[in-house]
Every structure is written in C-alpha cells, then in structure tokens.
Design a binder for this molecule. Structure first.
Ligand code: PLP
Length: 399
C-alpha cells in the first residue's frame, strides 16, 4: 500500500471515503497517479475543473497574480475582484456580487441576505424552504437546509428556519409557505442528490409563487453554474430567472472561490452586514476572471452542449442494449446513469483498473461531471470503458 494511504489512516480525519489512488499530476481531462498510471477523469474535482487540469490559462493567471499581489484583505479595493464582479454582472441578469471561498459560504451568505430581506420587506419572515435530496453544503445552517437526514444526525441542536419539501412538487412548496417564509432555495439540477432534473413547469411555478408572495427565489448553482449544463448559467436551460444565485466549484476552475449574485432589489446588505478575510482576494479572483473570460471566449457552454448531448446519446444507446441501466439523465456534462441494482461501488473500482475515474452519488448510480473541455473522443473512450466494466460485472454476477 502507498505510504500516503498509510499516512492518511494515521493522521487525517477519516471523513472522505477515498478511492485507493494517490493523484500527483493532471493535464486536460486526464490525471496520473504516483505510479505513473493515467486515468480519464470524469469526476473533475467534483465538477470543478472547468478548463481541465492545469490549463495554461489558469497557470498563467495564477503565477502572474502570485508574483504581483496575493492578498490584501477587503479593507482595500483590489482590481481582479472588481473586474470579475463586473464581468459576472455583464453576463447575467444580476446587479451585485459578493465573493466567498466556497459553495457553502456562498449559500450561508445568500441565506443571510434573504433573512435580512424578510426582516425588512416581509414582516420579519425568516424561514427558507428547500427540497428533499438537495445539497447546500456542510456548515450547520447549510446541512440543515440540505435535504438529507444522514448529514444532520449527531449535530443538533440545528438552526431553526429551514424546511425540506419534496422536489419537483409545487403544491408542497405552496402548502409549506407561511407568513414566516422569506425564500425558496433550489438547485435547478440536484447534483449530489443524484442528478435530479427540475421540470421547467415546476421552476416557472415556483417563480410565479415567489412573485405573488414576495418571496426571494434563490438558485444554488454551485454545481450547475459556469457552463456545466451547456448554458453559462443553469437557469437558462429552464428559462426561469432566480433573484439570487450562488456559484462556486467551476468558477475558479480549481482555485477556491464562491459567489453570491443578486438583483438590486434583493441586494440589501449594507456596511458591516457580511464579510470575509479571504473571500474575493486578488489571487482567487484573478484566476476566476481568467476562467470566466476563457469560458466566454471559447464558448465552453456551446461545447458542453454538444459533447454532453453526444455523451448522453451514446449512454442511451448503451441503455437499449443493457436493460439493467434504468435511466440516463442530466444536461450538458452533469450526467447520471442509474442501474436496477447497487453496483456503483463495483463500477467505480473496476473503472479505475481500466484507467477511468467516476463518482457515485448513490449505490445504484454513477455520475459524470468531467472537465468541461472533454472531447468527443474522450466521451467515446468513457463509454467504451464503461461497457467493458459493465460486461465484466454482469458476467461475474448474472442478474
Ligand atoms: N451547493 C451545491 C449544489 C453543491 O453541489 C455543493 C458541493 O457539492 C455545495 C453547495 C457546497 O459547496 P462547497 O463544498 O464548496 O462548500
């Protein structure tokens, strides 16, 4: 066993169920382990590596900014932060931006924002409705918002003011809304929950309900934003605009950054309401600025739409030959494949032998969330390898 795996067992808090591989290098959609073995990376740092591993654009922005100004604190103006805010506003329907270090922090900030809105604009309302199987992060408030009980066990007492209702069920939201409700927070496609896609009618219904009741609609686009679904923002796939959107993951292409974007009416923070030591520092924002510029320049969303449809068509063709594949769903390069039995752990370990990394959000499901620069040839390779692995598993254990 690698001495690094040994060292983790002794020294690191065992919170992540790691695959037994030590990754040391990456390029494009491929990573290499310490023994020099190459893997096609369909995990993409959990939907983070927008431009691929160690993309020259990122390396250049990172090294140039590191040599210029890494960090100053938010006591002072810094240029990459404001350029990035300006670029995001220019390419979205939002008016103002705040930068954090991660998705959970962006969501925490968004919930503070909507609570303040409720306090001042909806008679002190404070409660946020979220959905079952959602994932909003691991802080105390966000794991309460998250629609999965397993994450909450052992951490009580949990903050009040969050209510989970079934996903894609507008009536459930209507019934759960009270005078205390200030906002509804949703992922347009639930990533961690198993690539569950909202319907257009549902999101439009929630939009209308928020408008009728002076509720703030927040989309958690930490996973779906920045091109992942084949549009720059996930909400564009559905034609439904939120009032507030959170981003993280793909925004920095591998450098930690999160963001809250809000329309002017809902952007009611004033001095002292929120803050962060590291959030929006020159290093992170210079890299994110380079990432977003490149995403726009190369039309990465257009590429994702094309290669994502190509991948999904191939997977659906595979499904017609293998009826134990019960569903193929998603948009762009956020794709879930569901099986009629709990074989995802086996698929993941057999795929590693074939030189391919995959993720399993559930025991009967695998998820593709590769770098957004994945090529059609790499999509072919992924499907071919998956076929080999499935045949091996199914021959070893016939249904
Ligand atoms: N929101 C969504 C939709 C996510 O998928 C995640 C992470 O997977 C988070 C929030 C939390 O982000 P982070 O891990 O950066 O705190």
């Amino acid at each position: 066993m690698s001495r690094w795996i040994d060292l983790e067992a002794k020294r690191y808090m065992p919170v992540a169920k790691r695959a037994p591989v030590v990754l040391v290098r990456g390029e494009g959609s491929r990573v290499w382990d310490e023994d020099g073995k190459a893997y096609l990376d369909l995990v993409g740092g959990w939907a983070v590596n927008t431009l691929g591993h160690s993309a020259p654009v990122i390396v250049d922005a990172l090294t140039e900014q590191a040599a210029t100004l890494i960090h100053t604190s938010n006591q002072f103006y810094t240029i990459p932060q404001l350029e990035l805010a300006d670029l995001l506003v220019e390419h979205s329907p939002f008016d103002r931006v705040f930068f954090s270090n991660s998705g959970v922090e962006a969501n925490e900030g968004a919930v503070k924002l909507v609570r303040k809105y409720g306090q001042h604009k909806r008679n002190g309302a404070y409660a946020v409705i979220t959905t079952d199987h959602s994932f909003h992060g691991r802080s105390l408030a966000m794991l309460t918002a998250t629609g999965k009980d397993a994450y909450k066990k052992d951490y009580g007492p949990l903050p009040t003011g969050f209510l989970n209702v079934p996903f894609n069920d507008l009536d459930a939201i209507k019934q759960a809304t009270t005078d205390e409700t200030c906002a509804i927070m949703l992922e347009p496609v639930q990533g961690e929950g198993g690539v569950n896609v909202a319907t257009k009618e549902y999101l439009q219904g929630v939009r209308d309900w928020c408008d009728q009741n002076n509720l703030v609609l927040v989309f958690d686009e930490v996973q779906t934003g920045v091109g992942r679904l084949g549009t720059l923002w996930g909400f564009e796939k559905f034609g439904v605009e939120p009032d507030v959107m959170t981003l993280a993951k793909g925004l920095g292409g591998g450098v930690p950054i999160g963001a809250i974007l809000a329309k002017e009416k809902f952007s009611i923070f004033t001095y002292g309401d929120h803050g962060s030591t590291f959030g929006g520092n020159p290093l992170a924002t210079a890299v994110a600025l380079a990432v977003v510029r490149e995403v726009l320049k190369q039309d990465i969303p257009g590429h994702v739409e094309k290669v994502g449809n190509y991948l999904m068509d191939k997977l659906r063709a595979m499904q017609t030959q293998r009826p134990y594949i019960t569903d193929v769903r998603g948009f762009g390069l956020l794709v879930g494949v569901e099986f009629d039995s709990d074989i995802s752990a086996q698929i993941i370990s057999e795929s590693m032998k074939e030189g391919m990394l995959l993720n399993a959000p559930a025991a009967n499901m695998i998820r593709f969330m590769p770098p957004l620069v994945l090529t059609e040839a790499e999509a072919d390779e992924a499907v071919e390898k998956l076929g080999t692995v499935l045949d091996r598993i199914k021959v070893a254990a016939p249904a």
